[in-house]
Each structure stands twice: as structure tokens, then as C-alpha cells.
Design a protein around this ligand. Structure first.
Ligand SMILES: Cc1ncc(COP(=O)(O)O)c(C=O)c1O
Length: 408
């Protein structure tokens, strides 16, 4: 008797049982990435959805020249495996260029974007059910990444000046977390994603103190700090409390996200564990990418380049602010950001931004609804607008279209 065959003519077997792990079962698609796929199929749209830096800021020529120089001077080494903690000259450059903080290169770990830093922190610090405090709303990718380790989220209230430090302890206690019982606080003090808000200097000091009282490590995520439109530097939490803070930095918003290069700075007490987690995960970040980026930044290239990025984003923030004043004054609430790429809209109470996605796409504009950025108690009448990739003229057109959807 001939054995049964499947439709491809191969011997038929019992279906394989893919026993997805508990971690695997917890994985989800990012709402933004899912929406981006949908938008790619709708060309001609003004998109405020993506959250990507403007390609007009990518220094293609500088990358080209750096690649040629790296190949000419260190070709074989640039193509070889490298140490897990990263290319030493790049780590030295990072340690020396963090404003206000005294950091040794031994405290710097190069990562595949700061997103990997979040994953390593979750792996090393978070057990199932551990209380993790976050500002609200917060970066969706952090909820996704730290969420793999099944923390108990403790949202801490925020307002137009960022996280409210005096709410930290009440929120922890209300969530049943005993004093000194939380695992970490995750925060984005500068030009936050998704709100564009910036933590005031007073609040920075108060937050560091409140966390110290709780024995709470702080994860300071700072991909946008260098994009202050006025070129100001905000005091990092790292510089205030180096023993208490893991700082995440990135080249994504100042050079290129495609190069996938970020870093974390951590106290001696924890850096080796993070390095071991990285080694288990991917051995090390691309040697070639690290050498090329080091070649670009080592001679002060970023000074002039950042001035160009800030100018471009400031003009786009102004265009969006002006368009909102013209078309939606009195209908929605917003705050013009002082840096970065995002603006947060509060819609009239009772409006669900999710319900507006399809009508907006039909009207030629896209945004991301605010709800996925909340760890709990989502506010559905919010949306994130990213103005980085649209020209001022497109921004005016996109906000005019959004106004039609909102006001009928
Ligand atoms: C707040 C925040 N953290 C981390 C990331 C991840 O950035 P990357 O992995 O490209 O460095 C992003 C990207 O948008 C972000 O907005």
C-alpha cells in the first residue's frame, strides 16, 4: 500500500505541534507597525503616523566617505567579530560626549538600537509580576519590549510638564506595591514619545529624590534630547544620580535608524549582567556599523549636523502648530513641543481616535491613536502626530484634512 502524501507530493505526517512558550504567547504586533503596513498600501497620503526621522536629515555622503575610510584603514578588522561591549573608541567617544555626566567607557554597552537596551534591561531585571512604573502615556515599544517579561505595570500620572514626581509613591501604594518593592521606573524626560513633553528641571530633581526614597532604579530613555530646537541641553537624570540610572542613547534620530546603533550607560553594579544578556542574544552589534559611525562622529560632525536637524524639525513643529491654530483651535488641545518629532492631540471628550483612522485615511491623512501608548486606563480621545517626515505644505494640507474629519 502506498503511504499517504500531502498536496506537495511529500509523505503526509501529523501536523507539527508548535508549543509556543509563555514568552512567545505574550508577544504582540506593535499597533504602529501594523498601521504602517496598512498605510504603505495607501500612497499619496499625508502621514503623521510613522514616527520616523526625516530622510532629509540622513547624511548619506558622510556615511559614504566614512565607509571608504574604514575599509581603507581597517577593512579586515571592520569585517571581523568584535567584543560584546562594543568598539572601544566609540564607547570612549560616547562616555566623553554625555553632557554633564562623568561616565567611564567601562559603563557603556553598545546595542542594536536603544530598543535592544530595553529588551536587555527587561531580561536582566524583570521577573513575572514585578512592579514596573511608567509615565502615562509612554513609548509603545517599551511597553512591548518590557512587556515580554510580564511586569505589573504601575502608571504614574503625567501632565504638560511630564511625569509628576509627587505622584510616584501614591501610585505605587495604590497599586499595592510596598515601599521599596518596585523594580524600576521607565521614563523619557526629553520631547517624549508620544507626547513631545519635556520634564522640567525641578521635576527632574524631585523625581530622582522620589526614586531614591523608593530604592527604585530609573531607566532614562533619551533618543530625542539632542533635538532641542533652541539647542539647549537638559540635565540628564544620569548626571544627577549615576548610581541609580540606566541611560539609553541612540544614533537613530541624529544620524540614521537603519544603522541600528544605540547604547546604554549603566552603573558598575549592573553593566556586566547586561553585557552577558547581550552576548547571549547577538554576541555583539555590527562591527562595521560601529566603526563607520565612530568615523563620522569623532571629529565633531554632529555639531553642524544637529543644527540642520533641529532647524528642519523646528520648522515642521511650527507648521503643525500654525495649521492646528488655523483649522482646529477650540476643537482640540495640544502643546507645541520644544524639540523632537511629536505632538499630542487631545480630542473632544467622548471621541475615540480609533474610529477616525479609516475616515482620516479616506480624507488623505494618517495618525496613530493614543490608546496603545497607555499601560492601563487608556484615554481613547487622544492621538499622536509625528511631523518629522512631512513638508510644511504637506503638514498644512494634512491638518486641514484632519479638521474636516473631526468637525464633519
Ligand atoms: C522613546 C524611544 N525609545 C526607543 C526607541 C527605539 O529607538 P532605536 O532602537 O532606533 O534606537 C524609540 C524609537 O522610536 C523611541 O521613541
Amino acid at each position: 500500500m502506498t503511504p499517504p502524501v500531502d498536496s506537495a507530493g511529500l509523505p503526509a505526517t501529523e501536523p507539527v505541534n508548535w508549543g509556543i512558550s509563555r514568552l512567545g504567547q505574550g508577544l504582540t504586533d506593535s499597533a504602529i507597525r501594523a498601521l504602517s503596513k496598512r498605510l504603505a498600501a495607501a500612497p499619496g497620503l499625508v502621514s503623521f503616523a510613522g514616527g520616523m526621522p526625516s530622510p532629509d536629515t540622513f547624511p548619506v555622503e558622510a556615511f559614504n566617505r566614512a565607509y571608504e575610510r574604514v575599509m581603507a584603514t581597517a577593512g579586515p578588522a571592520a569585517l571581523q567579530y568584535g567584543p560584546t561591549d562594543g568598539f572601544l573608541p566609540l564607547r570612549e567617544w560616547i562616555a566623553a560626549s554625555l553632557p554633564g555626566a562623568t561616565v567611564s567607557p567601562a559603563q557603556v554597552l553598545i546595542t542594536a538600537g536603544s530598543q535592544q537596551g530595553l529588551d536587555l534591561i527587561g531580561k536582566v531585571l524583570v521577573d513575572r509580576g514585578d512592579p514596573v512604573a511608567v509615565e502615562t502615556p509612554t513609548y509603545l515599544g517599551a511597553l512591548q519590549s518590557l512587556g515580554q517579561y510580564f511586569p505589573k505595570w504601575v502608571p504614574v500620572d503625567s501632565d504638560e510638564h511630564g511625569l509628576q514626581p509627587q505622584r510616584l509613591q501614591p501610585c505605587l501604594r495604590a497599586a499595592g506595591v510596598p515601599p521599596r518593592g518596585a523594580k524600576l521606573l521607565y521614563t523619557i524626560p526629553n520631547f517624549q514619545n508620544p507626547t513631545g513633553r519635556t520634564l522640567t528641571e525641578d521635576r527632574r530633581r524631585a523625581l530622582v529624590q522620589a526614586c531614591a526614597q523608593e530604592g527604585l532604579p530609573i531607566v532614562e530613555d533619551d533618543p530625542y534630547g539632542a533635538l532641542d530646537y533652541a539647542g539647549r541641553t537638559h540635565t540628564s537624570l544620569l548626571s544627577m544620580a549615576p548610581e541609580q540610572v540606566i541611560y539609553l542613547g541612540s544614533f537613530s534620530k541624529v544620524l540614521s535608524p537603519g544603522v541600528r546603533l544605540g547604547y546604554l550607560v549603566a552603573p558598575a553594579a549592573i553593566i556586566r549582567k547586561l553585557e552577558q544578556a547581550k552576548q547571549a542574544s547577538d554576541l555583539h552589534t555590527s562591527t562595521l556599523a560601529q566603526r563607520i559611525v565612530h568615523e563620522i562622529v569623532r571629529d565633531g560632525f554632529l555639531d553642524g549636523h544637529l543644527a540642520h536637524c533641529r532647524q528642519l524639525y523646528a520648522a515642521r513643529a511650527d507648521a503643525m502648530d500654525a495649521a492646528l491654530r488655523k483649522h482646529l483651535q477650540g476643537v482640540v488641545r495640544w502643546q507645541r513641543p520644544e524639540g523632537g518629532m511629536f505632538l499630542w492631540l487631545e480630542l473632544p471628550p467622548g471621541t475615540d481616535a480609533q474610529d477616525l483612522i479609516e475616515p482620516a485615511i479616506a480624507a488623505g491623512v494618517a495618525f496613530v491613536p493614543g490608546a496603545p501608548f497607555y499601560a492601563a486606563d487608556a484615554r481613547a480621545n487622544t492621538m499622536r502626530l509625528c511631523f518629522s517626515t512631512a513638508s510644511p505644505a504637506q503638514i498644512e494640507q494634512g491638518i486641514a484634512s484632519l479638521a474636516k474629519v473631526l468637525t464633519g
